[in-house]
Design a binder for this molecule. Structure first.
Ligand code: SAH
Ligand code: SF4
Length: 370
């Protein structure tokens, strides 16, 4: 048995990323009865817990011992912006001082959280604020779960979209751990079917996800249905071109028995010609996919422009006329630089720089086009 006095690796906060079984093993590893792990995990999720002493039922001695293991929360909120439409964007500071964003998007019947999987992003899509400075680091499962738990304590969360900063399939293991911890009855008890993972296209991991967590919804950020355009705006396309990713997505769809989802950010000057619409419709028809059109929310440091409503309508109508099924996503939190990538940028760059952002979080709030 390991030394009972040994601190938990990385501190108590890592428990947020654990399932009950993992928490039991963790407790045993520091010389506690296994049930304590489960008890602590459950206790952490109660609103208002900020220190080990706040965790119910531990007794002063155990609370003091656990308190010595380090902070109990994976992050603390440093900035928040609230939109007139109810969207709330929080910037959380992590144990190493790095900062990450998570956005709460309430509707009458849902409460969706847009969650980050990495600090920054290595992919570097030309339109995205998250990739402007590359990736700083992967998030631990606990740091992912806590973004959701943070908002959940104010209003129960119903849906999660991995559409904040980072490429979730580049931090596969921690994303998977987070999904499992979120589903655990001692955590938030959030079912896989309520979780959408969005990817810029990593074929091997797409296939792996079908084996590991087939109930999760997977969305492919296609943004252009020809390699020439796509390689220009999504650099990852040069490594894994369209056909390779689409084949993996098709295998995923077949295996999990769900329709393929394609996300398409509408960039006025880059991917909205009639030819782009035709190629998108052709791919959607070929794979029986559903398309989410997301009008671009401008980011100052990029050359891209938001299309007009008339341009969005014309593009959507053309795709639909050619047999592509689609939804045009509504805009949420436009007045607060919502969503991910932007609040962080604003907080970390001098005043006036770094506006815009993923204001159109592709959650299920849009109205069908046409
Ligand atoms: N890296 C993953 C998940 C995070 S990005 C991916 O790319 O899929 C989630 C979605 O937000 C992607 O479809 C992305 O293209 C979109 N997005 C990024 N920046 C945006 C912006 N400024 N306006 C609108 N959508 C944006
Ligand atoms: Fe990364 Fe997604 Fe942004 Fe591309 S769109 S840079 S993959 S977060």
């Amino acid at each position: 048995m390991s030394d009972p006095a040994a601190p938990a690796p990385g501190g108590l906060w890592r428990l947020w990323g654990m399932t009950a079984a993992e928490a039991r093993a963790w407790a045993a590893s520091i010389g506690l009865p296994a049930f304590r792990g489960e008890q602590i995990l459950q206790g952490l999720h109660r609103p208002g817990v900020a220190t080990a002493a706040d965790i119910k039922g531990l007794g002063p001695e155990l609370a003091a011992r656990l308190g010595a293991l380090g902070p109990v929360l994976p992050g603390t909120e440093v900035t928040r912006q609230e939109s007139r439409d109810g969207t709330v964007k929080s910037l959380l500071r992590l144990h190493d001082g790095r900062q990450v964003e998570c956005v709460s998007i309430p509707t009458a019947v849902r409460h969706t959280i847009c969650v980050s999987s990495q600090v920054g992003c290595a992919v570097g899509c030309t339109f995205c604020a998250s990739g402007l400075n590359g990736v700083e680091r992967d998030l631990d499962a606990a740091e992912i779960v806590y973004q959701i738990a943070w908002h959940h304590q104010r209003r129960p969360v119903t849906n999660i979209v991995f559409m904040g900063s980072g490429e979730p399939l580049f931090n596969y293991d921690q994303v998977l751990r987070a999904i499992r911890a979120l589903g655990d009855e001692h955590g938030l008890g959030l079912g896989r079917r309520r979780i959408t993972v969005s990817t810029s296209g990593v074929p091997k991991r797409i296939r792996q996800l079908a084996d590991d967590e087939p109930q999760v919804t997977l969305a492919f950020s296609i943004h252009a249905a020809d390699n020439e355009t796509r390689s220009r705006i999504v650099p990852l396309n040069r490594r894994w071109p369209l056909d390779e990713v689409l084949e993996a997505m098709a295998d995923y769809s077949t295996k999990v028995g769900r329709r393929m989802t394609l996300e398409y950010v509408l960039l006025a000057e880059a991917n909205m010609t009639p030819g782009h619409a035709e190629r998108l419709a052709a791919v959607a028809r070929r794979f029986g996919a559903h398309i989410n059109l997301i009008p671009y929310n401008p980011v100052m440091e990029t050359p891209h422009q938001r299309p007009t409503t008339a341009q969005v309508k014309a593009f959507a109508e053309r795709v639909e006329a050619l047999g592509g099924h689609l939804t045009v996503r509504g805009q949420r939190g436009a007045d607060i630089d919502a969503a991910c990538g932007q609040l962080k940028r604003r907080a970390e760059t001098p005043a006036g720089e770094g506006g815009g952002g993923k204001g159109d979080i592709p959650v299920d709030i849009g109205t069908p086009a046409g």
